[in-house]
Design a protein around this ligand. Structure first.
Ligand SMILES: [Fe+2]
Ligand SMILES: [Fe+2]
Length: 276
């Protein structure tokens, strides 16, 4: 049985500096931008899968789903704690968070359970790709150690449970059209809310266009050094993720990235569950 293992490292964020990502305010705004999306987004993932728990016949998948709920619950709480630190650092994040929750809850109600599940399965594919990129590109090494602990733990668990929502979707309804509709839903929301949150944070840094350009240059990866895990988010996460996900025979376990999670867990004295 390959059941993900919920872990709760209880991280204290008190000493996280304002520009924790490579000492770069633009890179930090990009990273904080996605961090803002996690608590509400991951509770949405749990609700979407929970709606179908009663329909899951496979006992191994049911056990995986329970572990998935616990892992996502721990991630949401940890990111809530970190959001509190952002408030303490003087960032006004609640206007964005309230609008993000309001719009996405409205859509969740309108689109219905199947599309919500399909959107969750696709969003989980994006999170697994981001997780892989975090480890494979060396991005985690640029972070303040506390944030590295949060994001590497989160990323490793995302890799560990990367197939759970997808497998539930396959059991509930394996229609290709539904899978692709879920991909469109997840891509649109993730990209637009991420850009919005990032801009709202960046505006508060008061860098001006020249300052933003200066820090963007510092975080750029040379064309000659780019690969599937190293480069702009648009190609590394979105284009790659979409290209893979629209393959009719795609399965999240096709991406062999478990070794990245295993290496991190083992280095931190935690066991790892191999994908079945
Ligand atoms: Fe998560
Ligand atoms: Fe996840």
């Amino acid at each position: 049985m390959a059941i993900p293992i919920p872990r709760d490292p209880k991280i204290d964020f008190a000493d996280v500096p304002r520009h924790w990502m490579g000492n770069n305010p633009v890179a930090t705004a990009v990273s904080n931008g996605i961090n803002l999306l996690f608590p509400h987004g991951e509770r949405f993932f749990v609700r979407s899968v929970h709606h179908y728990v009663k329909d899951i016949k496979d006992p191994e998948l049911r056990a995986q789903v329970k572990a998935f709920f616990k892992q996502e619950g721990h991630h949401s709480s940890a990111h809530d704690d970190f959001n509190e630190i952002l408030r303490g650092q003087g960032f006004e994040i609640d206007t964005f968070l309230e609008r993000y929750a309001k719009i996405s809850l409205w859509l969740e109600g309108k689109l219905g359970p199947k599309l919500n599940l399909a959107g969750t399965a696709a969003a989980e594919h994006f999170t697994a790709i981001m997780a892989e990129g975090g480890f494979a590109s060396g991005m985690f090494d640029l972070m303040d150690p506390t944030m590295q602990k949060l994001l590497a733990w989160h990323a490793a668990e995302e890799i560990e449970h990367k197939a759970v929502a997808f497998d539930v979707l396959q059991e509930v309804d394996d229609s290709y059209a539904l899978r692709v509709a879920g991909l469109a839903y997840a891509t649109t929301l993730l990209a637009s809310f991420w850009v919005w949150s990032m801009i709202s944070l960046l505006r508060q840094e008061k860098l001006g266009l020249r300052g933003i350009r200066k820090y963007m240059k510092r975080m750029g990866v040379k064309k000659s050094e780019r690969n599937v895990n190293n480069g702009p988010v648009v190609s590394r996460v979105f284009l790659r993720g979409i290209r893979q996900y629209i393959r009719r025979d795609f399965h999240p376990n096709d991406n062999a990235n478990e070794h990245l999670a295993r290496t991190w867990f083992e280095a931190h004295g935690m066991p790892f569950t191999e994908a079945a």
